[in-house]
Design a protein around this ligand. Structure first.
Ligand SMILES: NC(=O)c1ccc[n+]([C@@H]2O[C@H](COP(=O)([O-])OP(=O)(O)OC[C@H]3O[C@@H](n4cnc5c(N)ncnc54)[C@H](O)[C@@H]3O)[C@@H](O)[C@H]2O)c1
Length: 255
């Protein structure tokens, strides 16, 4: 039997796309796939069967565009099914210096404020017992050189998770974060390219160096993160809320 809807942001790429595939495999919910990247969504559509396509509503929009977001939510919230799960995986990871106001404003607007506004907009349609999972990062509890806007947004999302978990606990809605480190996605490769350039080495070589620093000696896969999201949104995780689950292959465990 079909249940309520699953809303996935950043669904065209990386972790969001892996979460979408994992939801499709379970074939339980209608999926709302949101992304700003029309070509990414088009590429995804081409890889899916007609039956899979019939189970997805695609929304191409900039989540920081308030009227566009509100209109999309009004549209996909129609009907009686309600929303069972929201997975927030969109983000910008642009580097910045503290005085680069336009980068700061855009990263905070997309990563943090648009997340708050989307969750506020879908709140009336969230079913009791629903699940919210937000992609934070290990940079939700650590800093990084030239990345203050991103780090602040990821710290802020953890605060949002902890508070919203309390606000929505009476409706048995759980709210959790996942905090990965070095997931092999287009975002990671975009970030590593200038660093590799500066060092005069290839991105592949940089990835080999990173793997050596991780106790489990491999990058996190997008499917590893999707598996954790699947657990947190499953009945088995009904009593887990207000948490940030680190997925880092042991990188943060010590010296
Ligand atoms: N890749 C990593 O190493 C890593 C590590 C820690 C945390 N994360 C987090 O995981 C999440 C997913 O990252 P990813 O690696 O899959 O990135 P990605 O760049 O592959 O995918 C992010 C998606 O978000 C979309 N997006 C960006 N801005 C948007 C906007 N304004 N409106 C709608 N969609 C927008 C992009 O088009 C893209 O498809 C992000 O929150 C990221 O911060 C990633």
């Amino acid at each position: 039997m079909m249940k309520g809807k699953v809303v996935i942001t950043g669904a065209a790429s990386g972790i969001g796309a892996a979460v979408l595939k994992s939801e499709l495999e379970r074939a339980e919910h209608h999926i709302v796939a949101i992304d700003i990247d029309q070509s990414g969504l088009d590429a995804m559509k081409k890889s899916l069967t007609d039956e899979e396509l019939s189970r997805i509503t695609f929304c191409c929009l900039d989540l920081a565009d308030r009227p566009a977001m509100q209109a999309a939510v009004a549209d996909f919230c129609q009907g009686e099914a309600g929303i069972d799960k929201v997975v927030i995986s969109h983000a910008l990871s642009n580097e910045n210096q503290i005085g680069q106001q336009s980068v700061w404003d855009r990263v905070l607007d997309v990563n943090l404020h648009a997340t708050q506004r989307l969750l506020a907009a879908v709140e009336p349609s969230l079913n009791a017992g629903g699940r919210v999972v937000i992609l934070s990062s290990v940079l939700g509890k650590a800093g990084k050189v030239a990345n203050s806007a991103y780090c602040v947004s990821k710290h802020g999302l953890l605060g949002l998770v902890k508070s919203l978990a309390l606000d929505w606990a009476p409706r048995k809605i759980t709210v959790n974060a996942v905090m990965p480190c070095w997931v092999d996605t287009p975002m990671l490769r975009r970030e590593l390219a200038p660093q590799a350039d500066a060092l005069g080495i290839s991105v592949e070589r940089m990835i080999r160096q990173i793997k050596k620093r991780i106790p489990l000696k491999q990058l996190v896969k997008d499917s590893d993160v999707a598996d954790t999201v699947a657990f947190l949104t499953s009945p088995a995780a009904a009593m887990i809320t207000a948490q940030g689950i680190v997925i880092d292959g042991g990188f943060g465990c010590g010296v």
